[in-house]
Design a protein around this ligand. Sequence first.
Ligand SMILES: NC(=O)c1ccc[n+]([C@@H]2O[C@H](COP(=O)([O-])OP(=O)(O)OC[C@H]3O[C@@H](n4cnc5c(N)ncnc54)[C@H](OP(=O)(O)O)[C@@H]3O)[C@@H](O)[C@H]2O)c1
Length: 242
Amino acid sequence: MHVTSLVSGGSRGLGLAIVERLLERGDEVATFSRSGSESLDRLGERHGHRLVAERLDASDADAVRGYVARVGERFGRIDHCVANAAIAHEGVLATMTDAEIDLMLAVNLRGSIVLVREAVRQMLVNRSTFASVTVISSVVAARGSPGLSVYAATKAGLEGFAKSLARELGSRGIRVNALAPGFLETELSASLSEEDRGRIVRRTPLGRLGQAADIVGAVEFLASPRAGFITGQVITIDGGSS
Ligand SMILES: NC(=O)c1ccc[n+]([C@@H]2O[C@H](COP(=O)([O-])OP(=O)(O)OC[C@H]3O[C@@H](n4cnc5c(N)ncnc54)[C@H](OP(=O)(O)O)[C@@H]3O)[C@@H](O)[C@H]2O)c1
């Protein structure tokens, strides 16, 4: 049986690593981001018709709705949805503009909710036997971090969303979970100073920053029957620093 997974923000970083892993295990994978990337193009060349990548903005609800409908038509089903796309504007709240706040809420929170709603509608129609939703949160949702209050609010919102949705959809066999990574070495965290980097490594029992590869195994697991009795959970992956 073909399994179709939908992953937002697959052009780079964690999203790209998730797309690659799910393709390797044999899924049909759909992803989108505002711009493409050479890495994603290479995956397209290698996996051909099993990868659908489009360019669109997660904050544009009409575009997301149309995209999810096209994915459903193309593959006939959506089994797993991974809400990964996000932005992080750093800055103390007192200097943050309305536009910066609105953008983070629109992409990280509203964009993820709209994407999941559209995917869940398809899952309910498909009656997939092991459907799942995984939202990518962050350890800052629970722990907080100076300069990331709005970003943390969007991630805490997503965790509440995931827990409620898990209760709403459990009877339909759709599992909903959140993953909360610690700092990962991707473009999103590229602005981290050497001092901050050293501080994070020192307080991490496993002694290093995370890599996208540290998270993809958990995504793959949650989007599999092996996680068939796990729902409504937030799973922290941060080398033990929390
Ligand atoms: N990096 C970390 O330290 C860290 C820690 C904890 C949690 N996380 C979470 O992990 C996830 C992945 O982060 P990452 O580090 O891989 O980030 P990243 O390297 O910046 O990649 C983000 C991805 O999302 C896409 N994206 C951003 N805004 C978008 C929009 N408006 N519409 C569509 N796509 C959009 C980007 O593509 P385009 O720019 O081309 O649109 C890119 O593909 C995020 O949810 C993030 O919050 C990251």
